[in-house]
Design a protein around this ligand. Structure first.
Ligand SMILES: [Zn+2]
Length: 379
Protein backbone atom coordinates (compact mmCIF):
# COMPACT_ATOMS: atom_id res chain seq x y z
CA UNK A 1 0.00 0.00 0.00
CA UNK A 2 2.96 2.18 -0.55
CA UNK A 3 1.38 3.25 -3.83
CA UNK A 4 -0.70 6.04 -2.35
CA UNK A 5 2.30 7.39 -0.51
CA UNK A 6 4.35 7.10 -3.67
CA UNK A 7 1.83 9.21 -5.60
CA UNK A 8 1.70 11.69 -2.77
CA UNK A 9 5.48 11.87 -2.49
CA UNK A 10 5.98 12.40 -6.22
CA UNK A 11 3.44 15.23 -6.07
CA UNK A 12 5.42 16.64 -3.16
CA UNK A 13 8.72 16.38 -5.08
CA UNK A 14 7.19 18.12 -8.11
CA UNK A 15 5.75 20.84 -5.90
CA UNK A 16 9.12 21.38 -4.22
CA UNK A 17 10.76 21.70 -7.63
CA UNK A 18 8.18 24.28 -8.72
CA UNK A 19 8.62 26.11 -5.44
CA UNK A 20 12.40 26.21 -5.90
CA UNK A 21 11.93 27.64 -9.40
CA UNK A 22 9.56 30.28 -8.06
CA UNK A 23 12.00 31.11 -5.28
CA UNK A 24 14.81 31.50 -7.83
CA UNK A 25 12.59 33.83 -9.86
CA UNK A 26 11.79 35.82 -6.73
CA UNK A 27 15.50 36.04 -5.82
CA UNK A 28 16.29 37.33 -9.32
CA UNK A 29 13.60 39.98 -8.93
CA UNK A 30 14.90 40.92 -5.52
CA UNK A 31 18.43 41.28 -6.91
CA UNK A 32 17.09 43.56 -9.64
CA UNK A 33 15.18 45.55 -7.04
CA UNK A 34 18.30 45.96 -4.94
CA UNK A 35 20.24 47.15 -8.03
CA UNK A 36 17.48 49.69 -8.66
CA UNK A 37 17.57 50.66 -5.00
CA UNK A 38 21.31 51.39 -5.38
CA UNK A 39 20.46 53.63 -8.33
CA UNK A 40 17.76 55.35 -6.31
CA UNK A 41 20.20 55.88 -3.45
CA UNK A 42 22.69 57.43 -5.89
CA UNK A 43 19.99 59.72 -7.27
CA UNK A 44 18.98 60.68 -3.74
CA UNK A 45 22.57 61.58 -2.96
CA UNK A 46 22.77 63.62 -6.14
CA UNK A 47 19.49 65.38 -5.39
CA UNK A 48 20.62 66.11 -1.85
CA UNK A 49 23.92 67.50 -3.14
CA UNK A 50 22.11 69.64 -5.70
CA UNK A 51 19.66 70.84 -3.07
CA UNK A 52 22.61 71.92 -0.93
CA UNK A 53 24.06 73.72 -3.94
CA UNK A 54 20.74 75.42 -4.63
CA UNK A 55 20.56 76.60 -1.03
CA UNK A 56 24.14 77.84 -1.32
CA UNK A 57 23.34 79.81 -4.49
CA UNK A 58 20.22 81.19 -2.80
CA UNK A 59 22.41 82.37 0.09
CA UNK A 60 24.88 83.84 -2.39
CA UNK A 61 22.11 85.63 -4.24
CA UNK A 62 20.74 86.97 -0.98
CA UNK A 63 24.24 88.08 0.02
CA UNK A 64 24.75 89.86 -3.28
CA UNK A 65 21.35 91.46 -2.97
CA UNK A 66 22.20 92.68 0.51
CA UNK A 67 25.55 93.96 -0.71
CA UNK A 68 23.94 95.73 -3.66
CA UNK A 69 21.35 97.30 -1.38
CA UNK A 70 24.03 98.45 1.05
CA UNK A 71 26.18 99.92 -1.70
CA UNK A 72 23.19 101.56 -3.35
CA UNK A 73 22.19 103.07 -0.04
CA UNK A 74 25.72 104.29 0.51
CA UNK A 75 25.83 105.84 -2.93
CA UNK A 76 22.52 107.56 -2.36
CA UNK A 77 23.79 108.86 0.95
CA UNK A 78 26.94 110.23 -0.60
CA UNK A 79 25.09 111.91 -3.43
CA UNK A 80 22.68 113.30 -0.90
CA UNK A 81 25.53 114.61 1.23
CA UNK A 82 27.10 116.11 -1.86
CA UNK A 83 23.86 117.88 -2.81
CA UNK A 84 23.23 118.98 0.72
CA UNK A 85 26.71 120.52 1.10
CA UNK A 86 26.16 122.46 -2.10
CA UNK A 87 22.59 123.05 -1.10
CA UNK A 88 21.66 122.36 -4.68
CA UNK A 89 21.16 119.58 -7.20
CA UNK A 90 23.90 117.90 -9.15
CA UNK A 91 23.18 120.16 -12.08
CA UNK A 92 23.12 123.15 -9.89
CA UNK A 93 26.53 122.22 -8.51
CA UNK A 94 27.84 122.05 -12.02
CA UNK A 95 26.15 125.21 -13.11
CA UNK A 96 27.37 127.01 -10.04
CA UNK A 97 30.93 126.52 -11.24
CA UNK A 98 32.66 129.81 -11.38
CA UNK A 99 35.09 128.90 -14.05
CA UNK A 100 35.75 126.17 -16.51
CA UNK A 101 38.42 124.84 -14.19
CA UNK A 102 36.11 124.95 -11.28
CA UNK A 103 33.47 123.15 -13.35
CA UNK A 104 35.96 120.48 -14.40
CA UNK A 105 37.07 120.05 -10.78
CA UNK A 106 33.49 119.66 -9.68
CA UNK A 107 32.67 117.10 -12.35
CA UNK A 108 35.77 115.17 -11.45
CA UNK A 109 34.94 115.30 -7.77
CA UNK A 110 31.42 114.07 -8.48
CA UNK A 111 32.67 111.27 -10.69
CA UNK A 112 35.28 110.20 -8.17
CA UNK A 113 32.73 110.04 -5.42
CA UNK A 114 30.28 107.92 -7.47
CA UNK A 115 32.63 105.86 -9.62
CA UNK A 116 33.71 103.46 -6.88
CA UNK A 117 30.17 102.80 -5.65
CA UNK A 118 28.58 102.46 -9.08
CA UNK A 119 31.23 100.09 -10.40
CA UNK A 120 30.91 97.99 -7.25
CA UNK A 121 27.14 97.91 -7.71
CA UNK A 122 27.54 96.92 -11.36
CA UNK A 123 29.99 94.16 -10.43
CA UNK A 124 27.66 92.85 -7.74
CA UNK A 125 24.72 92.91 -10.13
CA UNK A 126 26.60 90.96 -12.78
CA UNK A 127 27.81 88.46 -10.16
CA UNK A 128 24.27 88.02 -8.94
CA UNK A 129 23.08 87.40 -12.49
CA UNK A 130 25.71 84.70 -12.91
CA UNK A 131 24.78 83.04 -9.61
CA UNK A 132 21.11 83.11 -10.68
CA UNK A 133 22.11 81.41 -13.91
CA UNK A 134 24.00 78.77 -11.94
CA UNK A 135 20.99 78.23 -9.75
CA UNK A 136 18.80 77.69 -12.80
CA UNK A 137 21.27 75.15 -14.19
CA UNK A 138 21.48 73.33 -10.84
CA UNK A 139 17.68 73.29 -10.62
CA UNK A 140 17.52 71.74 -14.06
CA UNK A 141 20.01 69.05 -12.99
CA UNK A 142 18.00 68.44 -9.89
CA UNK A 143 14.82 68.04 -11.93
CA UNK A 144 16.61 65.55 -14.22
CA UNK A 145 17.82 63.51 -11.23
CA UNK A 146 14.36 63.57 -9.69
CA UNK A 147 12.78 62.44 -12.97
CA UNK A 148 15.30 59.59 -13.28
CA UNK A 149 14.66 58.60 -9.70
CA UNK A 150 10.91 58.57 -10.31
CA UNK A 151 11.27 56.28 -13.31
CA UNK A 152 13.59 53.92 -11.41
CA UNK A 153 11.19 53.96 -8.45
CA UNK A 154 8.31 53.09 -10.76
CA UNK A 155 10.30 50.17 -12.16
CA UNK A 156 11.14 49.10 -8.64
CA UNK A 157 7.50 49.32 -7.64
CA UNK A 158 6.56 47.15 -10.59
CA UNK A 159 9.17 44.53 -9.63
CA UNK A 160 8.02 44.67 -6.01
CA UNK A 161 4.55 43.83 -7.28
CA UNK A 162 5.99 40.78 -9.04
CA UNK A 163 7.83 39.79 -5.88
CA UNK A 164 4.62 40.06 -3.84
CA UNK A 165 2.87 37.94 -6.46
CA UNK A 166 5.66 35.34 -6.40
CA UNK A 167 5.64 35.35 -2.61
CA UNK A 168 1.88 34.72 -2.67
CA UNK A 169 2.37 31.73 -4.98
CA UNK A 170 5.25 30.48 -2.80
CA UNK A 171 3.05 30.81 0.29
CA UNK A 172 0.30 28.80 -1.39
CA UNK A 173 2.87 26.21 -2.40
CA UNK A 174 4.24 26.06 1.15
CA UNK A 175 0.74 25.46 2.48
CA UNK A 176 0.20 22.72 -0.10
CA UNK A 177 3.63 21.31 0.65
CA UNK A 178 2.99 21.03 4.37
CA UNK A 179 -0.40 19.41 3.77
CA UNK A 180 1.17 16.90 1.34
CA UNK A 181 4.03 16.37 3.77
CA UNK A 182 1.66 15.66 6.65
CA UNK A 183 -0.36 13.35 4.38
CA UNK A 184 2.84 11.50 3.50
CA UNK A 185 3.83 11.33 7.14
CA UNK A 186 0.33 10.08 7.91
CA UNK A 187 0.61 7.35 5.25
CA UNK A 188 4.01 6.35 6.59
CA UNK A 189 2.65 6.29 10.11
CA UNK A 190 -0.37 4.18 9.15
CA UNK A 191 1.84 1.87 7.13
CA UNK A 192 4.18 1.47 10.07
CA UNK A 193 1.29 0.97 12.52
CA UNK A 194 -0.29 -1.71 10.31
CA UNK A 195 3.06 -3.38 9.83
CA UNK A 196 3.67 -3.44 13.58
CA UNK A 197 0.15 -4.78 14.20
CA UNK A 198 0.76 -7.61 11.73
CA UNK A 199 4.11 -8.36 13.40
CA UNK A 200 2.34 -8.55 16.74
CA UNK A 201 -0.30 -10.80 15.29
CA UNK A 202 2.45 -13.15 14.06
CA UNK A 203 4.14 -13.10 17.46
CA UNK A 204 0.84 -13.85 19.25
CA UNK A 205 0.07 -16.59 16.76
CA UNK A 206 3.52 -18.16 17.24
CA UNK A 207 3.10 -18.00 21.02
CA UNK A 208 -0.34 -19.64 20.89
CA UNK A 209 1.06 -22.41 18.69
CA UNK A 210 3.91 -22.99 21.14
CA UNK A 211 1.45 -23.10 24.01
CA UNK A 212 -0.67 -25.66 22.15
CA UNK A 213 2.39 -27.81 21.56
CA UNK A 214 3.31 -27.75 25.26
CA UNK A 215 -0.28 -28.57 26.27
CA UNK A 216 -0.34 -31.40 23.79
CA UNK A 217 2.92 -32.82 25.12
CA UNK A 218 1.57 -32.63 28.69
CA UNK A 219 -1.67 -34.35 27.63
CA UNK A 220 0.27 -37.12 25.92
CA UNK A 221 2.51 -37.57 28.95
CA UNK A 222 -0.41 -37.83 31.38
CA UNK A 223 -2.27 -40.25 29.12
CA UNK A 224 0.81 -42.39 28.80
CA UNK A 225 1.06 -42.41 32.58
CA UNK A 226 -2.62 -43.37 32.85
CA UNK A 227 -2.24 -46.14 30.33
CA UNK A 228 0.85 -47.40 32.12
CA UNK A 229 -0.85 -47.37 35.51
CA UNK A 230 -3.99 -49.01 34.12
CA UNK A 231 -1.79 -51.52 32.30
CA UNK A 232 -3.98 -50.99 29.27
CA UNK A 233 -2.57 -52.15 26.04
CA UNK A 234 -3.08 -49.84 23.06
CA UNK A 235 -1.48 -46.97 21.31
CA UNK A 236 -2.14 -43.38 22.15
CA UNK A 237 -4.35 -41.94 19.47
CA UNK A 238 -3.71 -38.33 20.37
CA UNK A 239 -1.82 -37.40 17.30
CA UNK A 240 -0.69 -33.89 16.42
CA UNK A 241 -2.80 -33.98 13.34
CA UNK A 242 -5.75 -31.87 14.39
CA UNK A 243 -4.85 -29.97 17.52
CA UNK A 244 -1.70 -28.30 16.26
CA UNK A 245 -3.50 -25.62 14.29
CA UNK A 246 -2.00 -26.49 10.91
CA UNK A 247 -3.77 -29.57 9.83
CA UNK A 248 -2.44 -29.48 6.27
CA UNK A 249 1.29 -29.39 5.71
CA UNK A 250 2.64 -27.43 2.79
CA UNK A 251 5.26 -28.68 0.38
CA UNK A 252 7.59 -25.71 0.99
CA UNK A 253 7.41 -24.77 -2.66
CA UNK A 254 4.78 -22.18 -3.56
CA UNK A 255 2.80 -21.17 -6.61
CA UNK A 256 2.44 -17.51 -7.63
CA UNK A 257 -0.64 -16.21 -5.75
CA UNK A 258 -2.00 -14.16 -8.66
CA UNK A 259 -1.94 -16.43 -11.73
CA UNK A 260 -3.09 -13.64 -14.08
CA UNK A 261 -0.34 -11.16 -13.28
CA UNK A 262 3.41 -11.37 -12.82
CA UNK A 263 4.06 -7.62 -12.55
CA UNK A 264 5.85 -6.63 -9.34
CA UNK A 265 5.42 -2.97 -8.42
CA UNK A 266 7.35 -3.06 -5.13
CA UNK A 267 10.05 -5.60 -4.31
CA UNK A 268 10.84 -7.34 -1.05
CA UNK A 269 13.09 -5.22 1.19
CA UNK A 270 12.72 -2.23 -1.09
CA UNK A 271 13.93 0.94 0.63
CA UNK A 272 13.84 4.24 -1.22
CA UNK A 273 12.59 7.79 -0.75
CA UNK A 274 9.07 6.36 -0.50
CA UNK A 275 9.77 3.36 1.74
CA UNK A 276 11.55 4.36 4.90
CA UNK A 277 11.24 0.76 6.13
CA UNK A 278 12.15 -2.31 4.08
CA UNK A 279 9.05 -3.65 2.30
CA UNK A 280 7.99 -6.89 3.98
CA UNK A 281 6.62 -8.57 0.86
CA UNK A 282 6.15 -8.06 -2.86
CA UNK A 283 3.35 -5.96 -4.39
CA UNK A 284 1.73 -7.55 -7.43
CA UNK A 285 0.07 -4.96 -9.65
CA UNK A 286 -2.88 -7.10 -10.71
CA UNK A 287 -6.21 -5.72 -11.89
CA UNK A 288 -9.25 -5.49 -9.67
CA UNK A 289 -11.04 -8.80 -9.10
CA UNK A 290 -8.18 -11.03 -10.27
CA UNK A 291 -8.16 -14.42 -8.58
CA UNK A 292 -5.80 -14.97 -5.68
CA UNK A 293 -4.87 -18.59 -4.89
CA UNK A 294 -3.26 -20.33 -1.92
CA UNK A 295 0.51 -20.39 -2.59
CA UNK A 296 0.73 -23.76 -0.82
CA UNK A 297 -1.58 -26.00 1.14
CA UNK A 298 -2.23 -25.22 4.78
CA UNK A 299 -4.74 -23.88 7.26
CA UNK A 300 -6.30 -20.44 7.02
CA UNK A 301 -5.39 -18.62 10.23
CA UNK A 302 -6.66 -15.16 9.31
CA UNK A 303 -9.41 -14.18 6.88
CA UNK A 304 -10.96 -10.76 6.35
CA UNK A 305 -10.18 -7.42 7.96
CA UNK A 306 -8.70 -7.21 11.42
CA UNK A 307 -8.60 -4.56 14.10
CA UNK A 308 -5.23 -2.86 14.35
CA UNK A 309 -4.03 -3.77 10.90
CA UNK A 310 -6.78 -2.06 8.90
CA UNK A 311 -4.03 -0.81 6.60
CA UNK A 312 -3.76 -4.33 5.15
CA UNK A 313 -7.46 -4.36 4.29
CA UNK A 314 -8.94 -7.82 3.68
CA UNK A 315 -6.25 -10.36 4.46
CA UNK A 316 -5.88 -14.14 4.11
CA UNK A 317 -3.01 -15.72 6.06
CA UNK A 318 -2.25 -19.40 5.68
CA UNK A 319 -0.15 -21.45 8.11
CA UNK A 320 1.60 -24.03 5.95
CA UNK A 321 2.59 -26.06 9.03
CA UNK A 322 6.28 -26.09 8.13
CA UNK A 323 7.26 -22.81 9.83
CA UNK A 324 6.03 -20.85 6.79
CA UNK A 325 3.04 -18.56 6.83
CA UNK A 326 1.93 -16.76 3.65
CA UNK A 327 -0.24 -13.66 3.64
CA UNK A 328 -2.07 -11.80 0.87
CA UNK A 329 -3.51 -8.33 1.59
CA UNK A 330 -5.80 -5.60 0.14
CA UNK A 331 -8.29 -8.18 -1.25
CA UNK A 332 -11.64 -6.95 -2.52
CA UNK A 333 -13.16 -10.00 -0.85
CA UNK A 334 -12.00 -13.24 0.73
CA UNK A 335 -13.19 -16.71 -0.39
CA UNK A 336 -12.18 -18.70 2.68
CA UNK A 337 -12.69 -18.50 6.43
CA UNK A 338 -10.40 -18.88 9.41
CA UNK A 339 -9.69 -22.48 10.40
CA UNK A 340 -10.42 -23.81 6.93
CA UNK A 341 -7.94 -26.18 5.28
CA UNK A 342 -6.89 -25.11 1.78
CA UNK A 343 -5.07 -26.90 -1.01
CA UNK A 344 -2.24 -25.40 -3.04
CA UNK A 345 -3.73 -23.33 -5.88
CA UNK A 346 -7.19 -23.11 -4.31
CA UNK A 347 -8.94 -19.72 -4.70
CA UNK A 348 -8.72 -17.79 -1.43
CA UNK A 349 -9.86 -14.33 -2.54
CA UNK A 350 -9.83 -11.55 -5.14
CA UNK A 351 -7.53 -8.62 -5.84
CA UNK A 352 -8.77 -5.30 -4.49
CA UNK A 353 -7.68 -2.06 -2.97
CA UNK A 354 -8.91 -2.33 0.62
CA UNK A 355 -6.93 -0.79 3.45
CA UNK A 356 -4.53 2.04 2.70
CA UNK A 357 -4.27 1.60 -1.04
CA UNK A 358 -5.41 3.59 -4.07
CA UNK A 359 -4.66 1.14 -6.85
CA UNK A 360 -5.70 -2.50 -6.86
CA UNK A 361 -2.75 -4.77 -6.05
CA UNK A 362 -1.91 -7.83 -4.01
CA UNK A 363 0.60 -7.47 -1.19
CA UNK A 364 2.11 -10.96 -0.88
CA UNK A 365 4.33 -11.73 2.06
CA UNK A 366 5.90 -14.91 3.43
CA UNK A 367 7.13 -15.37 7.00
CA UNK A 368 9.48 -18.06 8.23
CA UNK A 369 8.93 -18.54 11.98
CA UNK A 370 7.48 -15.02 12.07
CA UNK A 371 10.32 -13.31 10.19
CA UNK A 372 9.55 -11.78 6.76
CA UNK A 373 11.46 -13.59 4.00
CA UNK A 374 11.62 -12.92 0.28
CA UNK A 375 8.61 -14.66 -1.31
CA UNK A 376 10.59 -14.98 -4.55
CA UNK A 377 12.73 -17.66 -2.84
CA UNK A 378 9.64 -19.89 -2.52
CA UNK A 379 7.90 -19.52 -5.86
ZN1 LIG B 1 3.04 -4.09 -0.10
Amino acid sequence: YAQQKQENDSKLAKLRQDKDKKSDYKNTLENQISTLQNQIDTYNEQIQELDTKILKTQDEIADKQKNISANTARLKKRLCALYMSGGASNLEILLSADSVYDFADKVEALQMVTAHDTSLIHLLKSEMASVKKQKTAIKQNRQAAADAKTSVSEKQGELSGFVREAQGVINDMSAKESSLQSASDDFAQKEEAASQAIDKWYADYQASQEKKKVELAQKQASQQQKSVSAKTVGSSSVAASTSGGASAIGSGSMVWPVPSCQVITTYFGQVDEVHSHPHKGVDIGASYGSTIVAPDSGTVVMAGAGAGYEGYGNVVAIDHGNGLISLCAHMSSVAVSSGQTVAKGQVIGYVGSTGHSTGPHCHFEVRLNGTPVNPMNYV
